[in-house]
Design a protein around this ligand. Structure first.
Ligand SMILES: Nc1nc2c(ncn2[C@@H]2O[C@H](COP(=O)(O)OP(=O)(O)OP(=O)(O)O)[C@@H](O)[C@H]2O)c(=O)[nH]1
Ligand SMILES: [Mg+2]
Length: 179
């Protein structure tokens, strides 16, 4: 029997660009459904990549218009995946380059720390900022989370910046995984 494939979870605030990044990664336009409206992804969708691993597309957190019950449900789903999923080789944690980490982001940071699963910080939507502003915005995010620049990737699905690097980083995460 072939062993089950390792998994990488894609996590972040609602509308940060998780499903879009998965499509860019897969080289597909719309396999993972995206939307201008936050709250698009409502289930854990699993995408097999080259028969080597699974990418998990998850609902975003911090979506203000979701009901209390729905928010609690998403939180349980995310926490369960991050803390208890046995095949989890790592987490791609997405933050929008334009925004300092929110209280929800800080709460997720804490959850990610509890298991010590490898986390790659993926900063999204780099095309939305002028080049000259990037460094300052990136610094704000890294300082707020106390994360090294070497643990983060700046990306844009519009310009495809960082997507090739993301492939390399994902390969490295999987190579380092004991499973
Ligand atoms: N300009 C720009 N827009 C982006 C980028 N990535 C995503 N978007 C847009 O951001 C919006 C949200 O993208 P999604 O991929 O659906 O975001 P998500 O994180 O999956 O959202 P939920 O499933 O609702 O949590 C869409 O309108 C995307 O086109 C990017 O790199 N640049
Ligand atoms: Mg989505």
């Amino acid at each position: 029997m072939t062993p089950p494939l390792p998994e990488l979870a894609v996590i972040g605030r609602s509308n940060v660009g998780k499903s879009s990044l998965i499509n860019a990664f897969l080289g597909r336009r719309a396999l993972a459904r995206t939307s201008q409206h936050p709250g698009k992804t409502q289930l854990c969708n699993v995408f097999a990549v080259d028969g080597r691993f699974h990418l998990l597309d998850l609902p975003g957190y911090g979506f203000a218009r979701a009901s209390q019950a729905q928010r609690a449900g998403f939180r349980r789903l995310l926490t369960g995946i991050v803390t208890a999923r046995s095949r989890l080789a790592g987490v791609l944690w997405l933050l929008d380059i334009r925004h300092a980490p929110s209280p929800d982001d800080h709460a997720m940071h804490e959850v990610l720390g509890t298991r010590g699963v490898p986390v790659l910080l993926v900063v999204t939507k780099a095309d939305k900022l002028a080049r000259g502003k990037r460094e300052q915005y990136l610094r704000t995010i890294l300082n707020a989370l106390d994360i090294e620049e070497s643990q983060c990737l700046v990306t844009s699905v519009r310009t495809r910046e960082g997507i090739a690097d993301l492939r390399d980083s994902v390969a490295a995460l999987l190579d380092a995984s004991p499973a």
